[in-house]
Design a protein around this ligand. Structure first.
Ligand SMILES: *Cc1c(COP(=O)(O)O)cnc(C)c1O
Length: 378
């Protein structure tokens, strides 16, 4: 089976991890600082906080901006559940608004319409690796004096009007899960230029305690004070060592993903029943995912049938995502129903994610293309 996503690990990744295992610090040591500095340097952000997952990173961001019970946060439905869950972790309510027809990215018009005095933040999701319309969304967040959070778990390395993702919102969240651009097995990070947010997130990842073990060791002191209620969201030095060697390979990973996307684009350009998502000319896409819409009525088969056939032929297609508001938890807790986001719901019936990762060979890419064309245009 050709997987839809997969990590790329080589010898220098392995050696970096082994070296940490032989060192003094397995967790919260020098590799955490080094990884944070290197990602900051890469994306052009002032501060970074590395944590145990992308989900923990989203939770840190919600804590940093002070989301509390009664607060509302605007999010799109075409995302992983964690984008909504992080709001609920803090007692807030995710307000789910629809996406644009062509890109399936959060629609700024829908954001404006739903804005209320209870709205405390917007989370824009760079779905598939295509940056959202940051100029327009930043205008809305600024004029309403609320922070803009980028869920950039898909878009490390992408550019919006020449600027790298990570520097486009008040806070930007990354994930280092194995299917993402670079991996630490599990891991995440928040990027910001705001010192106050940075300091709050450092507290939050370590139980709300002001100093870490290494700082106390240096000062020869046992005293620590817990000033906020935090979690153990720490990432280990073992993981950050892997993150550092992975980051060195990021430019190469990105160009491989972009080359595969180009092949897919070309192969499907003339086929009416297979429509890749639209890409704005002002972005450089990072292609975490390559999503096509299998247009209803253009083929005799629907998405579910084509999905099954692809899997039977060894092509590990996937579907991203079931719109968040249709999950049983959200239906039950916030009474969300079908019809809330019609564009997303229609898209959900048609989308399929094709294999996309730096290990995908030319032969495999061709096999994906041939299999889809055979299954989808019959
Ligand atoms: C992967 C992902 C997350 C969560 O990241 P984890 O590291 O798996 O916790 C959040 N949002 C989006 C859009 C993601 O793709």
């Amino acid at each position: 089976m050709i997987p839809y996503g997969r990590q790329f690990i080589d010898q220098d990744d392995i050696e970096a991890v082994l070296n940490v295992l032989k060192s003094d610090w397995l967790t919260t040591g020098p590799k955490v600082d080094e990884f944070e500095e290197k990602v900051c340097e890469f994306v052009g952000a002032r501060y970074a906080v590395a944590v145990s997952s992308g989900t923990a990173a989203l939770h840190c961001a919600m804590f940093a901006i002070g989301i509390k019970p009664g607060d509302e946060v605007i999010i799109p439905p075409m995302t992983f559940a964690a984008t909504a869950n992080c709001v609920v972790f803090q007692g807030g309510k995710p307000v789910i608004v629809d996406v644009a027809q062509d890109t399936l990215l959060i629609d700024p018009v829908c954001i404006k319409e739903i804005m209320s005095p209870k709205t405390r933040a917007i989370i824009a999701v760079d779905y598939t690796g295509h940056p959202c319309d940051y100029d327009t969304i930043t205008d809305i967040s600024k004029s309403n004096k609320i922070p803009l959070v980028a869920d950039a778990c898909h878009s490390l390395g992408a550019k919006y009007k020449g600027k790298l993702v990570g520097s486009l919102a008040d806070l930007s969240v990354l994930s280092f899960h194995p299917v993402k651009h670079i991996t630490t097995a599990e891991g995440g990070m928040i990027l910001t230029d705001n010192k106050e947010y940075y300091e709050r997130m450092r507290l939050f990842r370590n139980h709300g305690i002001k100093t870490d073990h290494r700082q106390r060791e240096k000062q020869g002191s046992w005293i620590y004070e817990m000033t906020e209620l935090g979690y153990n969201y720490r990432i280990t030095d073992i993981q950050c060592a892997l993150g550092i060697t992975q980051l060195h390979k990021l430019p190469e990973f990105l160009s491989k993903r972009r080359a595969i996307a180009k092949k897919y684009d070309k192969a499907f350009a003339e086929i009416e029943s297979i429509q890749p998502l639209f890409v704005q000319n002002y972005v450089q896409h990072a292609y975490h995912l390559y999503v096509v819409r299998l247009k209803k009525g253009k083929s005799e088969k629907d998405r579910s049938q084509i999905f099954r056939e692809m899997r039977e032929k060894g092509v590990g297609v996937n579907v991203h995502y079931i719109p968040v508001h249709l999950h049983p938890y959200y239906r039950r807790k916030f009474n969300t129903v079908e019809g809330l986001c019609p564009v997303s719901e229609t898209a959900y019936e048609e989308i399929i994610s094709l294999p996309m990762h730096p290990n995908l060979s030319d032969d495999e890419t061709n096999r994906v293309i041939d299999t889809l064309i055979k299954a989808g245009s019959a």
